[in-house]
Design a protein around this ligand. Sequence first.
Ligand SMILES: [Cu+2]
Length: 125
Amino acid sequence: MSRISRPILTAVAISCACPLPLPAVTHEVTVVNFRFSPNDLTIEAGDTVRWTNAEGFHDVTADDFSWASETGFGWVYERAFNAAGEVLYHCTVHSGPGQPIQTSMNGRITVEAPGESPLFADGFE
Ligand SMILES: [Cu+2]
């Protein structure tokens, strides 16, 4: 081993001791029977949600209208969510922004900050 390689290896080993972010995940939502299924998702920042319209004439549109799929039959739309917070969306054909997800064609995505764990979230609020 040369004189240079050991400090470099040490530096690499130290940097690798930091917790690594979880790999991004794609969450599937099916559009069927005038509903988003599931319509209430919790994901980590950086994850992707993919909506598949399996039935009917619909779209998926952010309640603040910052993004939207096409409107029609048989589309697939996916989007990554990188900022923590609550994202509300709806189908413009059958509902509107702010309608209840339980009874309307609306959905909610809760985006948690990286490393935020449900195990600890309750105890420190
Ligand atoms: Cu619809």
